[in-house]
Design a protein around this ligand. Structure first.
Ligand code: CMP
Length: 135
């Protein structure tokens, strides 16, 4: 069984899309094993997005993810990382298929509704950041 981390980002939380987005994962038969709503600190945001440090959009990313509440989820299933990334769709909503979460709800490349881990290793690292009691 594989685990992945999802963040429902401030743009989606502000538009009250949390329930609808969670329901997409549940209806796919995925098992949500942990869930929390938090307003990220700058410190946790920088840890989470450490691999993007130095990129031109890094500061925008940190400003955005810390501007309001996010919902962090641990999702478990066989192939959880790949399945959730397919459900979420491409990073840029212009490239995202219409049926994906980003295709339906994302506003831009930065305000793109959801994040999910890009590998099993990233999932372990990110789950340890957001759910320090569960890693
Ligand atoms: P996410 O899956 O959370 O992982 C890194 C995030 O960086 C990504 O989603 C996008 O929201 C953001 N991102 C990636 N590329 C760009 C970009 N060129 N401009 C702004 N934001 C970006």
């Amino acid at each position: 069984m594989e685990r992945t981390l999802v963040l429902i980002k401030p743009d989606a939380m502000e538009r009250k899309l949390m329930g609808e987005i969670i329901s997409v994962y549940e209806k796919k038969g995925l098992h949500i094993t942990a869930l929390k709503i938090v307003k990220p600190t700058i410190d946790i945001a920088k840890k989470h997005y450490n691999e993007h440090k130095g990129k031109p959009f890094f500061q925008e990313l940190i400003n955005f993810i810390t501007r309001g509440e996010i919902c962090a989820l641990i999702i478990e299933s066989d192939n959880a990382v790949e399945i959730v990334r397919k459900i979420n769709g491409a990073t840029d909503p212009q490239d995202a298929d219409a049926g994906t979460i980003r295709g339906r709800f994302a506003l831009s490349k930065s305000e793109n509704a959801v994040h999910s881990s890009d590998s099993v290793e990233s999932a372990a690292r990110e789950i340890a950041i957001w759910f320090s009691d569960r890693s």
